[in-house]
Design a binder for this molecule. Sequence first.
Ligand code: PXL
Length: 290
Amino acid sequence: MRNPLPRVAAIHDLSGFGRCSLTVVIPVLSTMGLEVCPLPTAVLSAHTDIPGFQILDLTPQIPAFVKHWRELGLKFDGIYSGFLGSAEQAAMVSDFIDVFSGPDCLVVVDPVMADFGKLYASMTQEMVGEMRKLSAKAHVVTPNITEAAFMLDRPVPARLSEGEVKEWLAALADLGPTMPVITSLPLSSRPELSSVAAHNREDGRFWLAGRPLVPYQYHGTGDMFSSVLTGSILQGDSLPVALDRSCQFVATAIRTTFGYSGLGHNEILLERALPSLMAPPNSEGYDLLP
Ligand code: PXL
């Protein structure tokens, strides 16, 4: 029988504290009506921004998990990878894509490795090269501006014009993905907005979406963004509508959280925003980049 719900293999870590990766991916995609099959890359006590975090790298276990899924004959409508526990895992994700992605399977790679100009604590230059290679197998990649700079081996820019954003997206598309997206854009034409942009190499169009900037950084917003984008495309939305829904969701979560004081560890109240994913898409917030 045909699977009644779109099924997504989610290849991310499980961090026990500090909403990110699987503790964001699963609730977001489940709320959007998708079946999530997690393949955990590592188990952590808390994400790597929290000093003293403990990490169990699951690289040795992955081949046996994948073998079991092959024996079960699992089929996926989407494969969505994020934080990887070791550079070696990138080759495993690449093999996973070869084995499990059929012609209609959406492959999303979120090259989680850096933010605010620097690599995360457990990331290395080797991982940068591996993420670059892995992106070549994806339809959609969702780096933030720091990750995009690492992938393209460029300095992290303080400001970008709209023309430069198009050039960055085209350079990412040259690495292989059909639909590159860049988040946390320092766009000189819209300094008051938190902006994201996307390109569809197949129709040659570029898209921009954004929401008013809130002067505070929360952890896990990149995972929220990429999860909603993945769910939205798998629900049948176009790239700009998916881009806009993802921005809207992150903005809702940030604004909901910003109203509280005294929350530690840059926590974002994801659960407060989840019900908004059930609202019909409202696509007022995107523009074509001329
Ligand atoms: O949100 C990205 C992310 C995911 N997983 C782990 C992380 C981070 C960012 O720091 O540490 C373990």
